[in-house]
Design a protein around this ligand. Structure first.
Ligand SMILES: Nc1ncnc2c1ncn2[C@@H]1O[C@H](COP(=O)(O)OP(=O)(O)O)[C@@H](O)[C@H]1O
Ligand SMILES: O=P(O)(O)OC[C@H](O)CO
Length: 534
């Protein structure tokens, strides 16, 4: 049954329901890299109850980042129960569940027993760095690039242009999955016996929630794996064949707002329909109501993700920004182009662990208490540097430390580095995407920070709108779920419900930052290729 069909049924049910029937709500969940949270939304999109827990990443070796699936499952169930309790409502008042997830974090499990073969391998994990390097320098890639460049020259076909510029990254699932297939004998054996399931977090949660009766992902999540073809809208035969990923382990891909099946009654006591699966950045885009071509959102959570709505067709790859499926709802297909920086909130969390402050909220005042960072620069690169530099071997570093450097300077340098990365990404967007930017909307935990917001607005010389609630991934998932069950009629209704808290306007000319930014770029360059030398 499609999301729209489910919606029609729900609307029918509501119109015949007695007026005294209890209020209904939808749940929006976001499984982030730092926090897993659930909000209970009413019809006005107001949050009626919430719950959140910190996600515990596991670091078994330098550069490896994993999540224990059993711990994640326990947290997922707990935040739902706690949020519903906090809202003071009953589980049977929940008409739909929408799940937004960190993308490209994956797991494999035994098809017969449902037992996982290993922890989730996070999108931040660098174990495939060597594979990435050797594939990108391989003869096959050179031949592929050469052949498609030639084909593009004669045909002007944009798909050929995209393939001619395609490179692997550690953030893609592709070569991390290849690493698992090559290094875990148990997985290899299961694949040979056709007993292996692959899934990103959404797929695995759906499988767990439905006790194995539903196995699927959605287009937005699939498009972030690195081996999905957004032009043909199916798993990429070319990439899967090239790196030997067996098709037999991949889930079917469905619409984003869709009836994926109901939660097994044993879990929450009632069978709640799972009616949206969506990648967190695409979800934030939907929650921000970035529905029109040219709408931009800037999410600053664990990482920074800058996305632009590019309309119905995927953009060709031009270096840094990559094409993604935003969402598919029936005949409506929205594509995005995205650029990212891997370490944003991670830098804040790291500094907090060092006791530079006790609460992230303090960082804003600490930064504002100084005129400048006194020539101290921070390079936010715990998981390498993404576009435009694309260096998985870059190190995180402070440069320009002096006897007079205090923790305040360090904190200010960290916040400035986030704004500098935003400027780098925005410049890249303007260079690569030939679509005029309409609105820019920010979200994610770090957008709480007015220092980072103002400096970003100054640097890019644009207004940036901050919503009343920053958990746009939760709201997006809830919105997509709500549309599927007729809780909300259409996107126009959602647009009317959107609340802006503040608009940051440029106050200083970007040239005032020019010298600082140049010095920061110098620091970034000096941090590059570090782990190759040591
Ligand atoms: N006022 C603040 N200033 C700077 N960082 C903040 C502030 N409030 C929250 N954060 C950071 O936001 C991050 C969490 O953002 P969130 O969007 O919830 O992450 P994710 O969805 O990736 O799990 C954390 O690293 C936290 O330290
Ligand atoms: O955990 P987040 O919210 O920073 O998002 C992670 C991204 O989805 C990775 O692609």
């Amino acid at each position: 049954m499609s999301g729209q069909q489910a919606g029609a049924e729900q609307r029918r049910e509501e119109s015949s329901a007695p007026t005294s029937s209890p209020s209904r709500f939808v749940l929006g969940l976001d499984v982030g890299s730092t926090v897993i949270r659930c909000h209970v939304y009413d019809r006005t999109a107001r949050v009626r109850g919430s719950s959140a827990q910190k996600v515990e990443n596991v670091y078994p070796q330098p550069g490896w980042v994993e999540i224990d699936p059993d711990a994640l499952w326990a947290q997922f169930v707990a935040v739902i129960k706690d949020a519903v309790k906090a809202a003071g409502v009953q589980m049977n008042q929940i008409v739909g569940l929408g799940i937004s997830t960190q993308r490209a974090t994956f797991i494999t499990w035994n098809k017969k027993t449902g037992h996982h073969f290993h922890n989730f391998i996070s999108w931040q994990d660098l174990r495939a760095a060597e594979l990435v390097k050797s594939w990108n320098n391989s003869l096959i890639m050179k031949l592929l690039h050469g052949a498609t460049k030639l084909l593009h020259f004669f045909s002007r076909n944009k798909v050929m242009l995209t393939v001619s510029r395609f490179t692997f990254t550690t953030q893609h699932v592709t070569l991390r999955l290849v690493w698992i297939l090559q290094n875990l004998p148990e997985v290899k054996k299961a694949v040979e016996e056709d007993n292996c399931c692959f899934g990103t977090i959404d797929t695995w949660l759906l499988y767990k929630l439905t006790k194995g009766s539903s196995y699927a992902t959605d287009y937005s999540n699939a498009s972030t794996t690195g081996f999905f073809d957004p032009y043909a809208m199916r798993w990429s035969k070319l990439i899967a064949t090239m790196v030997s990923i067996p098709f037999s382990i991949l889930p079917p891909v469905r619409d984003t707002s869709y009836n994926f099946g109901s939660v097994d009654e044993e879990i929450f006591g009632v069978p709640i329909p799972v009616v949206a699966l969506v990648g967190d950045q695409q979800s934030a885009m939907f929650g921000e109501c970035c529905f029109e071509t040219g709408d931009v959102k800037l999410t600053m959570g664990t990482g920074t993700f800058l996305d632009i709505n590019t309309g119905k067709t995927p953009q060709h790859v031009n270096g840094g920004f990559y094409p993604l499926i935003g969402w598919k709802i029936g005949h409506e297909l929205v594509c995005l182009a995205e650029g990212n920086a891997g370490d944003t909130g991670t830098a804040i969390v790291w500094a907090q662990k060092l006791d530079l402050f006790t609460d992230a909220a303090e960082t804003e005042k600490m930064a504002l208490s100084l005129e400048d960072s006194e020539g101290v620069y921070f390079v936010p690169s715990f998981s390498g540097l993404q576009a435009p530099l694309n260096d998985p071997c870059a190190c995180a570093s402070f440069m320009g430390l002096k006897h007079s450097t205090s923790k305040y300077h360090l904190v200010r340098a960290i916040l400035e580095s986030i704004a500098f990365r935003n400027k780098q990404l925005y410049d890249m967007l303007q260079r690569e995407i030939q679509i005029p930017v309409t609105n820019i909307r920010a979200d994610g935990g770090v957008c709480n920070n007015a220092f980072v917001m103002q400096m970003t607005s100054d640097l890019i010389n644009e207004k940036i709108d901050r919503p009343a609630h920053f958990d746009m991934s939760c709201l997006g998932a809830a919105s997509l779920a709500g549309l599927a069950v007729g809780f909300w009629a259409d996107k126009e209704e959602l647009q009317k419900l959107r609340q802006s808290e503040m608009v940051f306007k440029p106050q200083r000319k970007w040239q005032e930052y020019e010298v600082n930014m140049e010095n920061w770029v110098k620091a970034v360059k000096r941090s590059m290729n570090w782990y190759n030398k040591t």
